[in-house]
Design a binder for this molecule. Structure first.
Ligand code: PNS
Length: 178
């Protein structure tokens, strides 16, 4: 058995992002990625250059861990990283980075990132996957914005994220009054 283990070709991929918070679109992509790679590591960037996050990194880590366990993914784990993604991927022994493309508008940014990562590490491949059509307009930024204004986002995030959004104590706007 051990003699053959070295011949087995396994693919480990990193699914990086800020995940503030995790959406059903992210979960859909995790499910798709987990079907085609052997090991998928969801990696939360600790020092994202995106202003003040709504959820702390430990909160995001906890939510993703719960969602992964709830969905029963056996080959998916979650962790955090800092610095260059290529260095994290190398340290993890990952061969690929998984990213979602929802619409053409995502493409330019994703293409630039993929090419820069290839420049930094030609051995690391970027895999693009498309989430289900029903999530093509879903983003963490929109979820936060809509929820803050009293909109119902419960169909777009896992229930455990919905609970945390409510617990954040966002004030809901009712009839234009605060
Ligand atoms: O969910 P996001 O915010 O679109 O994810 C962006 C992320 C975390 C994938 C990207 O910002 C990243 O990889 N940052 C790490 C720093 C890095 O490696 N930069 C060079 C790649 S262009």
């Amino acid at each position: 058995m051990a003699r053959y283990a070295a011949l087995v070709h396994t693919v480990k991929a990193i699914y990086p992002g800020t995940f503030d918070p995790l959406t059903n679109g992210h979960l859909d992509l995790i499910a798709r990625g987990a079907k085609i790679v052997d090991e998928l590591v969801v990696a939360i960037l600790r020092n994202a250059d995106k202003g003040v996050p709504l959820f702390t990194v430990p909160e995001r880590l906890e939510m993703i861990a719960e969602a992964i366990a709830g969905a029963g993914f056996k080959n998916v784990t979650v962790t955090t990283f800092d610095g260059l993604l290529v260095e994290f991927a190398r340290a993890q022994g990952a061969k690929a980075v998984l990213r979602g493309i929802r619409a053409i508008s995502d493409y330019e940014y994703e293409f630039q990132m993929a090419m820069m990562n290839r420049k930094l590490d030609p051995e690391l491949e970027t895999l693009f996957m498309m989430p289900a059509e029903k999530y093509t307009y879903v983003s963490s930024r929109l979820i936060k914005g809509v929820f803050k204004l009293g909109g119902d986002v419960s169909a777009l995030v896992p229930p455990l994220v919905m609970e945390r959004l409510k617990a954040k104590g966002y004030r809901r706007v009712v009839s234009g009054q605060w």
